[in-house]
Design a protein around this ligand. Sequence first.
Ligand code: PLP
Length: 387
Amino acid sequence: MTTYFDHNATSPLDSRVQEVMIPYLSCANPSSAHSAGRKIRRAVEQAREQVAALVGVQPGQVIFTSGGTEANNFVLSGFAANVRPGAIVVSTVEHPSVLEPANALSALGWTVETIPVDAQGRIDVVAADELLTDSTRMVSVMGANNETGVLQPVAELAEIARARGIVVHSDAVQVAGKLPLSFDDYGADAISLSAHKLNGPKGIGALIVNKKLDLRPLIRGGGQEKGMRSGTENVAAIVGFGLTAELARHELFTRAAITRDLRDYFIGRLDDIPGSQVFGEGASRLPNTVMFSLPGINGETALLQLDRKGFAVSSGSACHSASADPSHVLKAMGVAREVAFSAVRVSFGHENSRTEVDGLIAALKKTPTALAPGLTERSSTSTVSIA
Ligand code: PLP
């Protein structure tokens, strides 16, 4: 049995959500005019209301997408397609689903500016303000970083940018369901959500928009989602996302309290691992996320060793080949390359327990690679490699 500590990658489907989804795996087309179709349309619209309620908007502001990646791609390219090329400003620590479409705009005559982060991983609002010019059309800054959990001052930045007529987007995929998330308080024109990060199904998400935002659709066809995202709706996933959002809204504080307790307990117990360091520890962070370094150890190797012991975690580098780069997030925070290569991310869920955390700490302590050079004797079976 694997103990799962990788909730920022994806979280287990809530059994209550799974149950409501099953009847919709085979159902009428919600666009059909017959009564079976109309019944399914009502289920889709109810889900839209539930998702809207999670972030405090009108249902008409919810555009269902295939997930966070599509929502991010849609808002960046859909907005850019409707305005004169100018500058887009993103933070250096965005998810690739923002960075890649932003960079792709360069081929269309756009300039991409990046907002630096400090050593704690927070964007510098003053530096961001200085980057905004008359040609800046859009700013996209994530609500919380998926690797470190560090929260960004989106509302503060949005106020500055919108006062200058600049459109603001925030990738809120990691915030939703973990912390209260109000669209109005964020002050953005659009935010992206993804159901599978809050115990919902994979392959469904939403772009929440300010009604005045003029976007060109990414996917054209039958005109579903008011023409903003064509294609027959993935009804089971949409219905599942609806209940996911409702459950997250009602259980948010309980879930956050559980994961915060586990995170803080884990950080306390990390003292048992000499020389380990928590990234972004001085910043406000998601309650469930800890990214830390294991001194002198390759994070990918640690991940594989923990996996063999039955613990699922994540590492900071995408791959363990010699040419791999360490996490772009840690690099942006100025973390030394060899320290960044030793990063491990643990992201808790509300179904985890302190006993499981104890098990993880024990496994970390017993992992041969968890013996840092100079701190304690290294086992001959160690497979340490800092790629
Ligand atoms: N944005 C962030 C911050 C994420 O962590 C992820 C998922 O890893 C995504 C976007 C992409 O979401 P999805 O998996 O729904 O495409």
